[in-house]
Design a binder for this molecule. Sequence first.
Ligand SMILES: *[C@@H]1O[C@H](CO)[C@@H](O)[C@H](O)[C@H]1NC(C)=O
Ligand SMILES: *[C@@H]1O[C@H](CO)[C@@H](O)[C@H](O)[C@H]1NC(C)=O
Ligand SMILES: [Mg+2]
Length: 267
Amino acid sequence: METLKLLFLSLALALTAASNAATARSIPDHIHPLRPQLGTSAGRRIPGLNCLSWRLAVEADNIQDWTVVPKECENYVGNYMLGLQYRIDSKFVTGSAYLYAKNLTLGKDGKDVWVFDIDDTSLSNLPYYAQPDTAFGAKPYNDTTFTVWEKQAKAPALPATLWLYKRLLRLGFKIVFLTGRSETFRAVTVQNLHKVGYTKWEKLILKSAEEKAEGLHALQYKSRERTNLVKAGYRILGNIGDQWSDVLGDNVGSRTFKLPNPMFYIA
Ligand SMILES: *[C@@H]1O[C@H](CO)[C@@H](O)[C@H](O)[C@H]1NC(C)=O
Ligand SMILES: *[C@@H]1O[C@H](CO)[C@@H](O)[C@H](O)[C@H]1NC(C)=O
Ligand SMILES: [Mg+2]
């Protein structure tokens, strides 16, 4: 109920904001209010409109294997990530996940699991990506600087995901963290998770040195690890991540939830 209210409140806020914006642009009132209000049809170019299309294509997985945010969308992505919309979008995802989860009847054997990705799902690397030399993904990925950031173990929790995590625990789910982070980062990852409120889990699966050497794509690696979970008798009822490679492949789970992330693409 609480979540439903939250969802409707978010929706109401979004709708109010939209109608205020429309009023502010003073659409002549003899024209039907549903006429297109944005675009080039009125002879005006609206900055950021193409970036909105770009982000939609990213989130729908219609464009793949892109390496950097288009230069002209750097500010757009920055505004999105630091603004209210990213938070509302994330809450909408985890709110929907909770509505699904609380409706399930779990087994009594403790084998019902929910898979969580870590980076930009459970933990937010936004403080790193907001730096000028990263520019919300408009600058190429730099493994050296990202590793330095990771080792500092100071990533905050993504609030919407922490909220879902706590509620899933209360419902009796077992939590499995499945991350492309290297096994050598286990200690800093545990430290970071604990620090921000993720204190309990069934498994924390990181990429072993052998898996790293195999050079598997995230999708293959995560598929394999989820298959191992299923072979071990776990039932994956839910799975949440910020990349399509978190939620596609084998044994993805009964339902998957994709958080927004317009800053980078991991195949
Ligand atoms: C909850 O379960 C009922 C009965 O199985 C189903 O009809 C309904 O769609 C479910 N709701 C959600 C949000 O999954
Ligand atoms: C990554 O960042 C480091 C430290 O700022 C810099 O020395 C290096 O040239 C960068 N690497 C690339 C590929 O840009
Ligand atoms: Mg991730």
